[in-house]
Ligand binder design. Structure first.
Ligand code: 13P
Ligand code: SF4
Length: 309
């Protein structure tokens, strides 16, 4: 969507007035990324949020990321342009069944992907992102059984990478990555035989097995920037193209449409627009508010994750 003229300038003024920092995920609309103080993957955004100064964090991403920012920097006002910006993984994993699993399996270590609600985080032993999931699982003593939740594709990928047998996996999925069909990737490979395949670990195994590189959004961008290859098939949300065009100037990128929207855009991430961001900076709503006790409980697994080197 094209923003009305002047909206970007208004946002920049409001940002100053509000003493706000604008954090954006790689899947945001390009015009939002353009205005951001920092664009990154979910782990980088969590780290940036923790050290953010000023009064307001305008978080352009999905709600669970903004909840993470609030827990890490509770004295800041944290706003998101659209409160409905959720995530299919969050929706696939309510807190009550996780509590029930804990009651029945007190010996299990619960490793939760950061794409979970604050309530599920509070029930978890440690969190992870796509960037550090293998390291996080490797940091858990080998004899401890694990429940990994909620993404089955990331869980299967981590299980394979770590060789961990005692790991149960929740059956949630990302509606963007889990619906990339392997046959469309094979068609793209046939059309662009020189291209390397880069993929996010939320993709299904049938896709990942064809990948030359698997990593988080920022890891994919860094890889394409530093690789000597000139052409890539990118198996993730096409918002990454904004940074790819900057760090890998002159290289070619091809995107594959999924079976959910016949596109490669996250419908939740794309709810955020410049106009909604301007309104949020004016009203300081929608605002993330988390009960103190819940926030303190969620902070424990979050800090444990950030301590994993
Ligand atoms: P990253 O941690 O790689 O940014 O991924 C977040 C996400 O939601 C992927 O779909
Ligand atoms: Fe959630 Fe998938 Fe969107 Fe990422 S791309 S926010 S995992 S629905």
């Amino acid at each position: 969507m094209i923003a009305a003229p002047g909206v970007a300038e208004e946002i920049l003024e409001l940002k100053q007035e509000r003493r706000a920092i604008l954090l954006a995920h790689h899947y945001q609309e390009p015009e939002i990324q353009e205005l951001a103080d920092f664009v990154g993957d979910s782990l980088e955004l969590a780290r940036k949020a923790r050290e953010a100064e000023g009064d307001v964090i305008a978080f352009c991403g999905v709600w669970f990321m903004a909840e993470t920012a609030k827990a890490l920097n509770p004295s800041r006002v944290v706003i998101v342009p659209d409160k409905a910006a959720s995530c299919s993984l969050v929706d696939s994993c309510p807190a009550e069944p996780v509590r029930e699993f804990r009651r029945r399996n007190p010996d299990h270590v619960i490793v939760s992907y950061i794409n979970t609600s604050i309530e599920v985080k509070a029930e978890s032993d440690i969190l992870c992102t796509s960037r550090n999931a293998v390291k996080v699982v490797n940091s858990i003593p080998a004899e401890k059984p694990i429940l990994f939740l909620p993404d089955r594709n990331l869980g299967n990928y981590v299980k394979k990478q770590t060789g961990r047998q005692n790991m149960k996996i929740w059956q949630g999925a990302c509606i963007v990555h889990a619906t990339f069909p392997a046959r469309r990737l094979l068609d793209a490979k046939a059309a662009h035989p020189e291209a390397m395949v880069v993929a996010h670990p939320e993709c299904p195994e049938q896709v990942l097995r064809h990948a030359d590189f698997i990593g988080s959004t920022s890891a994919i961008i860094d890889y394409c920037g530093s690789s000597p290859a000139r052409e890539f098939i990118v198996m993730t949300e096409n918002g990454v193209n904004f940074s790819l065009a900057r760090v890998a100037r002159g290289k070619k990128f091809h995107y594959v449409a999924n079976e959910n929207c016949n596109c490669s855009e996250c419908p939740y991430m794309r709810l955020n627009t410049l106009e909604k961001l301007r309104e949020a900076l004016i009203s300081l709503e929608p605002r993330v508010e988390i009960p103190e006790d819940l926030m303190q409980r969620a902070l424990i697994p979050l800090e444990r994750m950030l301590a994993v080197k």
